[in-house]
Design a protein around this ligand. Structure first.
Ligand code: AHM
Ligand code: MG
Length: 339
């Protein structure tokens, strides 16, 4: 069937039928994210006007804007998801602990928990560079009808039922997977509708882009340093091109379309790297694998890691399969030579 002009709403309904035991709960959940994304998008687009609008009545102190938008996005996603009574728990990068929904009501039957990074890369807002929202969905492991516990959130990424991101870029896109490939939808801002613009997204097996904060080079593990040198060598299709926005969602999105590797290694300054396993790496890893790419901590598959705590960090390497394989080779060689 031709996907021309198919809206996200239509796509969700059409694909709900594909789940044998679907109760419609996941569809409702994706719909809520779609709604919150549109509202946050509207707010993000106004970010540059904040001083002007502030002068017109709001008492905005300069510099407050960036943090405010973080908080705004956090509240928006949490409210949208909890008001609609479709999930039993939410954890957010912006919140210290998880939120239990309807924990007083024994009749609630919701089975999904959501983890979100409401506005990733928010230091980019002040300078008009893309930011994103990342989400991740699991089926709870504790009994339905009881309050959620930490166990429901500390599941390995391979248990994810759905994951996706919104990129607020030159266009706003929502990209997600429910485990049957990755599809991308572009917002037509004039009428507030997402259209299927990128069906069955897939990483090229090989890529020519590497994305890493090279300012930290001196602090990186030897294996990463050697891989970066390899990327810069003149041989075959190398040197590769270096591209780093500093907004993971955008870096990931570009690399998935064009072929590339994104790296946030550990360093001598940050022993576990910077990115969060639950809110950032697992959802991106699920998307990467669903798009024929690969995600690793340098040695192990990200989706196999058993989380210990909600805000755990992890080194992250993600992208075109052959590129991540190569990076792992360098990491393993280096580890072997240290014994
Ligand atoms: P944040 O959650 O505080 O926004 O940080 C996550 C962001 C990622 O989007 C991006 O890849 C990374 O931080 C950039 O970090 P750095 O500035 O250290 O390169
Ligand atoms: Mg983040």
């Amino acid at each position: 069937m031709s996907h021309t002009h198919q809206t996200l709403g239509e796509f969700i309904i059409e694909n709900q039928a594909a789940f044998a035991y679907s109760s419609g709960e996941l569809s409702k959940l994706i719909n809520s994210i779609r709604l919150a994304a549109k509202v946050v998008n509207h707010e993000v687009n106004k970010a540059g006007l904040v001083d002007i609008l502030g002068n017109a009545g709001n008492k905005n102190e300069s510099g407050e804007n960036q943090q405010k938008l973080d908080v705004y996005a956090n509240d928006m996603f949490i409210n949208t998801l909890s008001n609609r009574n479709i999930v039993c728990g939410i954890a957010s990068e912006e919140e210290e602990s998880f939120i239990s929904i309807n924990s007083q009501d024994e009749n609630h039957q919701n089975k999904y928990v959501v983890l979100i990074d409401p506005l990733d890369g928010s230091s980019n807002i002040d300078v008009n560079v893309s930011v994103g929202t990342i989400f991740s969905v699991y089926r709870r492991v504790t009994p339905i009808g009881t309050p959620v516990t930490i166990e429901d959130f500390l599941q390995p990424g391979k248990n994810q039922v759905a994951a996706g991101y919104v990129v607020y870029g030159t266009s706003t896109m929502l990209v997600y997977t429910t485990g049957a490939g990755v599809n991308g939808f572009t917002l037509n801002p004039a009428i507030g509708t997402f259209y299927l613009s990128h069906p069955n997204m897939s990483y090229p097996k090989n890529g020519r882009i590497y994305s890493v904060n090279e300012g930290n080079y001196i602090h990186f593990p030897q294996g990463v340093k050697k891989y970066i040198k390899y990327c810069q060598q003149e041989e075959g299709d190398r040197p590769y091109t270096s591209r780093y926005i500093g907004s993971m969602v955008s870096d990931f999105h570009r690399n998935m379309l064009k072929g590339g590797i994104f790296m946030y290694p550990k360093s001598s300054k940050a022993e576990e790297g910077k990115l969060r396993l639950l809110y950032e790496c697992n959802p991106m890893a699920f998307l990467a694998e669903q798009a024929n790419g690969k995600a690793s901590d340098g040695f192990n598959r990200i989706l196999d890691i058993r989380p210990r705590e909600l805000h755990q960090r992890v080194p992250f390497f993600c992208g075109s399969k052959n590129m991540v394989d190569k990076l792992e080779e360098f990491m393993q060689e280096e580890q072997a030579s240290n014994y």
